[in-house]
Design a protein around this ligand. Structure first.
Ligand code: NAI
Length: 384
């Protein structure tokens, strides 16, 4: 199959490598001068590393390398059966490229966007045949993260949805289907992991190192929220929070924080800039946590209750199925357990009580419990 990728940045390059590794003929396009050279050099470097680590053979290297071609002219997308766009996150720019593409590709070519935060329906509306359009959302780095969210827009046909899913499944990725709503599954449900941790810090309940330590040691998460935000980059993480908040018509649940906004303004973007919440410059060290067990439990339960509440609300609103919600959080952001499974283990009543306690203390909309948790608790139900 011939696959087209538009945008040879962080995501497009990774997706191209995934598609070529699965044996497809891949053409990739980027409009920035010098992008082709940069792409080819980086690809060869990535593949050589895999050969060195004995993860792939020299023959496999040659196969993947010869499967990918950087193109300078979008007319070369002709004959593609699937095109995935991963260019700048701007609706008008994305719409423009898709309306151009439609005059180049055949009628049966599926068009897809890797957008994190724009509406699939809105991008598709620029196409003459929006029924062939879908969201195909990879996670960073695309070569490593197993999850891909598949998002039908309002006009997406059942055939486009099922073909997109089976193609990405055949690339050995884990696919889940999400409704076309802000943040899809992962970027919506994960918001409190960052936001509630920052809130706990802002209130002076604990310092960052203690919150990170608590969530790792009591929750089993691989990284604490502050470490993770520093790793993702505050420009990226803050933008997602801000976009989700705005797209949900300023729902207080998703309100961004001044703490993170100021970091972005100060250009303390995290690891990549040498400083974020923590200092990564030479000789600097991460402060020691206050290893207080009961404080750690309190912090972890508060963040976890918020995450479970968000997952329950997403299920209640049919954003995705139970299994897809749990799969998305374990395969897309490495959570140690699916949140709905976790809710059953903790007890639905306990999750609801944790939310109600927060709501009673704060009287803020941010802490409103999902009606699904309330009903399930009343009738003694479990998710599984
Ligand atoms: P990036 O900035 O690394 O790469 C974007 C590339 O697109 C650049 O090489 C740029 O030259 C090229 N480009 C921009 N406008 C173009 C046009 N009109 N025609 C052709 N090429 C064009 O961005 P990144 O991070 O790869 O993101 C791309 C898309 O993927 C965005 O929609 C983003 O929301 C989404 N995404 C990003 C993730 C991330 O963690 N970075 C994760 C999942 C999705």
């Amino acid at each position: 199959m011939k696959v087209g990728i538009i945008g040879a940045g962080a995501m497009g390059s990774g997706i191209a490598e995934v598609a070529a590794t699965a044996g497809n003929e891949v053409v990739i396009y980027d409009n920035q001068p010098g992008a082709g050279e940069r792409f080819n050099t980086q690809l060869e470097k990535n593949l050589s590393k895999l050969v060195e680590k004995k993860k792939i053979t020299e023959e496999h290297y040659q196969n993947v390398r010869s499967n990918i071609k950087f193109i300078d002219n979008i007319n070369e997308f002709k004959g593609s059966e699937l095109i995935i766009e991963a260019i700048v996150e701007n609706l008008a720019v994305k719409q423009e490229i898709f309306s151009k593409l439609e005059s180049i590709v055949d009628d049966n070519c599926i068009l897809a966007s890797n957008t994190s935060s724009l509406s699939i329906t809105a991008i598709a509306s620029a196409c003459n045949k929006p029924e062939r359009f879908a969201g195909i959302h990879f996670f960073n780095p695309a070569t490593i993260m197993p999850l891909v969210e598949i998002i039908p827009g309002v006009a997406t046909s059942a055939e486009t949805l099922s073909t997109s899913k089976s193609i990405i499944d055949s690339w050995k990725k884990v696919t889940v289907i999400a409704k076309d709503t802000p943040g899809f599954i992962v970027n919506r449900i994960a918001r409190p992991f960052y936001g509630e941790a920052i809130r706990i810090y802002e209130e002076g309940i604990a310092d960052m190192a203690t919150i990170d330590w608590a969530i790792k040691s009591k929750g089993g998460f691989k990284m604490g929220p502050f470490e993770l935000m520093d790793f993702i980059g505050h420009d990226v993480n803050y933008t997602v929070t801000e976009t989700v908040f705005r797209e949900f018509w300023n729902d207080a649940k998703y309100k961004p924080s001044f703490t993170q906004k100021r970091l972005v303004e100060a250009k303390r973007l995290g690891r990549k800039s040498g400083r974020g919440f923590y200092d990564y410059s030479e000789g600097a060290s991460i402060p020691a946590p206050n290893e207080d067990d009961s404080l750690a439990l309190k912090i972890t339960e508060r963040v976890l209750a918020m995450l479970i509440n968000e997952a329950a609300e997403a299920l209640h609103l049919h954003i995705a199925t139970r299994d897809d919600i749990d799969q998305a959080m374990t395969k897309g952001v490495n959570y140690p357990k699916g949140l709905l499974k976790w809710a059953d283990e903790l007890g639905i009543k306990k999750c609801l009580d944790l939310m109600d306690e927060l709501y009673n203390d704060y009287h803020e909309e941010r802490y409103r419990a999902s009606v699904l948790l309330r009903k399930m608790s009343k009738y003694n139900q479990t998710f599984y």
